[in-house]
Design a protein around this ligand. Structure first.
Ligand SMILES: [Zn+2]
Length: 188
């Protein structure tokens, strides 16, 4: 079959058209200019151009994210850079699939609200990544006590305030002033 023959009716010819296509999501509208379709001159069927499909997919994902109040692809990338992690490392630590972060940043996939919340927390408090990676310690200087920052240890130190959490590798001794202090909290 001729590449210009309509695959739907098999009779008409496909004619390239450049449109201004509008899309609606939850009452908000966005317009994509240069929206290329191949329209049949017999049955009227419109086949979206492959390049347009890929490009508009990214634009629509960004649009959906802005309507939902989710981070944009470039904002996700900025948070990842702040954490000093690769896309693969982000996926391994936070989930979202092996290619997840490449897709979130490129805008080919829309991330979840839960992932958005997690990323916003890490963007504002980057050291929290140490807790996710279990690379932080809860330090209670007065009690000369140090416990790995794991959920099961939270109850053990709940009554012992103030509590410091610092990266394991940076802590020399419990009697040292925690000058590497990154985080101070009142747990419980
Ligand atoms: Zn047709």
């Amino acid at each position: 079959m001729d590449v210009n023959t309509c695959p739907v009716c098999g009779k008409g010819k496909l004619v390239r058209k450049v449109l201004k296509e509008s899309f609606e999501y939850k009452g908000k509208t966005t317009i994509i200019p240069d929206y290329v379709v191949h329209a049949c001159d017999k049955c009227g069927e419109e086949i979206v151009d492959k390049k347009t499909l890929a490009k508009s997919g990214r634009i629509l994902n960004e649009f959906k994210r802005s309507v939902e109040g989710l981070l944009s692809g470039s904002e996700i990338k900025a948070i990842r850079k702040k954490l000093g992690l690769t896309q693969e490392e982000m996926a391994r630590i936070l989930g979202g699939g092996a290619k997840g972060f490449a897709r979130y940043e490129a805008g080919t996939v829309c991330h979840s609200k839960a992932m958005d919340t997690l990323l916003r927390l890490l963007g504002s408090f980057p050291y929290l990544i140490l807790f996710v990676q279990e690379k932080a310690c809860y330090v209670v200087p007065d009690k000369k006590k140090c416990l790995p920052a794991r959920p099961e240890n939270v109850s053990k130190i709940r009554s012992e305030e103030p509590c410091y959490a610092i990266p394991e590798g940076l802590m020399l001794s419990l009697t040292d002033k925690p000058y590497t202090l990154e985080f101070r909290s009142h747990l419980g």
